[in-house]
Design a protein around this ligand. Structure first.
Ligand code: CUK
Ligand code: CUA
Ligand code: CA
Length: 640
């Protein structure tokens, strides 16, 4: 196996020489940038990796029938608009969480309760029915996950959603004002002023696209007037607290462990409206926000507002922040068009992956603090390392033992490199060799994430490579392929790919959380639902043409065998599931009326619709619940 790896390394480095820096630094070969690697290289990679998997996997990742996984992987779902839960190491998909999408399985986007969270127009229809989720992050306490919340972004409509981890359901969605291309999110880990508040109270949001302020049709032909805002959302109320206007754009977001900083990598410091312009500067930046200073500005009334939005907007542009001692922002120069910024678990560093530069840039958080204190000459002096790691670095994860793992999109590799060695090399130590190991993945990795890697409890067990192309890895299923997620054992010096699993297009980022942190409810609590239906209020009430059907389910029956309404009525059906047995879910579907949702044990949901056509329709249970599941139905009769 060792010689396989050596042969392969040679092959890869010659390919790198062949591509040269023009591919990394310029526009050369759109196909290369798009990840169209030649098949030959791919096939070679494939055979060496499967040999590695054969020699190493077995019991390590095979979770025996009846056994449980060690970790939860919480993943975004890309333009499916959802979030997902996967067991690690098995790769078994455990659940999908509808967020910005419509999901008839649970009734998301169909029930009144989910519509209220998603947001409706004046006529009661949904404001949006699509979403594009990229980043899932969890709430923190003491520098690690506390199992309360997950947050996920919607890039299309600039919304932030929160998921309760006890039920794994979205409970709030906030649309961010005056931004577009809301991409990076990260919760804070500690309060910037009151250190006794060492849990998440804010979520920071970076916006990629510049737009006119306000975006109401003005300045359409003058992009020089457009801009991007960094947004802070309250973790509990989900209200937008404040925004900061920046020079350039934002991409990914990270937060420091001490609570002082949020930061965002910028690939378009040029503020260019076109691709060539976005790649014109030799360096871009990672912008740091001094959170306490921003909040002091807001408190002191030193802000503006945009259009009808009441959210305070603080000026974080360079011209207004020339004096470090009062600045709210610090723009640290990094490699060209970087992608991804990640905090090391020791709290010391932020790592920006180069993307168009074959490097990663290591920024020391304490030096950024020094800059804000006026004790550092230039912003660039906060950079303590910039190792060459390979082509197309996108995202970096950590093992908690001083090593970083960066996805190389163009090289189709994960590179393991040592942060201390990179720093030594940067200082001039010629014997320091940062790169420890490389492994081929299949193919073109985007995000990579390590077990507990975004916490102080990073345990260095697993790294998951989220690959953008799978080609020959699975049975072909038509022109649209599955994505591959590859699990890598990172406990040893050498990385070992231990399994592949599929992913429905297209997850971006995920977090891997130890299972003991996640404490879910077994059933719902009846009293959590103000509109619950009990024996006391069950039945049909009418108020003019508004009919309220209060229904109960208990296996294997609904409480009403017949529900009769008149054509033209506005019908609300509220259904409470009175079963208390774990996993005993019932469904409620009405043919031709587009009603389709489930109620879990002790849960209540409702739907409202117009009975606009007459006839007999069987309201039936969709979720297999009992030997008499098929018989579990009521007659929904609409008189003409
Ligand atoms: S982004 Cu998709 S691979 Cu939205 Cu985090 Cu980098
Ligand atoms: Cu109730 Cu099936
Ligand atoms: Ca750029």
């Amino acid at each position: 196996m060792g010689s396989d790896r050596d042969v392969h390394d040679t092959e890869v480095s010659s390919r790198r020489r062949f591509l040269g820096k023009s591919a990394a630094l310029g526009l050369a070969g759109a196909g290369v940038l798009a990840g169209c690697k030649e098949n030959g290289a791919g096939a070679a990679a494939s055979s060496s990796a499967s040999a590695a998997a054969k020699s190493h996997s077995g019991s390590k990742v095979h979770v025996e029938p009846g056994q449980l996984d060690d970790y939860y992987l919480f993943s975004s779902g890309g333009h499916s608009g959802e979030a997902r839960i996967i067991g690690i190491p098995s790769g078994r998909e455990l659940r999908r969480i509808p967020v910005f999408n419509i999901d008839p399985m649970v009734g998301w986007g169909i029930t009144n309760e989910s519509k209220a969270i998603l947001g409706t127009k004046a006529d009661g229809s949904l404001k949006y029915t699509t979403g594009d989720t990229h980043h899932v992050h969890g709430s923190y306490k003491d520098g690690t996950y506390d199992g309360r919340y997950l947050w996920v972004n919607d890039k299309i409509h600039s919304r932030l959603a929160r998921i309760r981890m006890d039920t794994m359901e979205c409970d709030k969605i906030t649309e961010l004002p005056n931004v577009q291309g809301f991409h990076g999110i990260f919760p804070d880990k500690c309060d910037p002023v009151d250190k006794s508040i060492n849990h998440t109270t804010r979520v920071f949001c970076g916006a990629e696209f510049a737009i006119p302020f306000p975006n109401d049709g003005r300045d359409l032909d003058d992009p020089s007037k457009w801009g991007s805002l960094f947004t802070c959302v309250d973790a509990e109320t989900m209200a937008v607290r404040w925004q900061v206007r920046v020079d350039g754009n934002m991409d990914l977001t990270a937060t420091s462990y001490d609570g002082r900083f949020a930061c965002s990598n910028q690939y378009n410091t040029e503020n260019a409206p076109d691709q060539a312009g976005m790649m014109s500067a030799e360096r871009d930046a990672c912008v740091f926000f001094d959170v306490a200073r921003v909040e002091a500005m807001v408190k002191a009334g030193k802000f503006t507002t945009i259009g009808s939005s009441k959210v305070p907007v603080v000026d974080g542009r360079k011209a207004a922040n020339a004096d470090p001692k009062t600045a709210v922002t610090c723009y640290v120069p990094v490699g060209k068009n970087p992608h991804g910024v990640n905090a090391s678990p020791d709290g010391k560093y932020m790592v920006c992956s180069g993307k168009l530069s074959p490097t990663a840039t290591v920024i020391e958080v304490a030096l950024v603090a020094k800059w804000f204190d006026g004790e550092l000459k230039t912003e660039r002096d906060a950079v303590v390392a910039e190792p060459e790691i390979g082509l197309g670095p996108l995202h970096t994860a950590f093992d908690g033992k001083g090593n970083a793992f960066t996805t190389l999109f163009l090289d189709s590799q994960i590179v393991k490199w040592n942060v201390a060695a990179a720093i030594a090399q940067f200082k001039g130590d010629k014997s320091a060799k940062p790169v420890v190991d490389r492994v081929d993945v299949h193919y073109q990795p985007g995000h990579g994430y390590a077990s507990m890697g975004e916490t102080k409890e990073a345990d260095g067990k697993y790294f998951n490579s989220g690959n953008k192309f799978s080609k020959d890895r699975f049975l072909p299923v038509g022109p649209l392929h599955s994505e591959t997620e590859q699990l890598i054992d990172i406990t040893g010096d050498k990385m070992v790919i231990v399994s592949d699993h599929t992913a429905y297009p297209e997850p971006h980022d995920a977090i891997i959380v130890r299972r003991d942190i996640v404490k879910t409810r077994q059933i719902y609590n009846l009293d959590d639902f103000p509109n619950k239906v009990t024996a006391e209020n069950a039945g049909i009430t009418r108020n003019g043409n508004k009919v309220h059907v209060r229904l109960m389910s208990q296996a294997p029956a609904f409480s009403l065998p017949v529900i009769k309404v008149k054509k033209g009525d506005e019908v609300t059906i509220t259904l409470t599931n009175h079963d208390k047995v774990e996993d005993l879910t019932h469904g409620c579907a009405i043919p031709t009326y587009n009603v389709n949702f489930i109620v879990n044990p002790q849960e209540t949901k409702s739907v409202t619709f117009k009975a606009d056509h007459a006839g007999a329709f069987w309201l039936y249970c969709t979720h297999f619940c009992h030997a008499l599941h098929l018989e579990m139905r009521s007659r929904f009769l609409v008189e003409g």
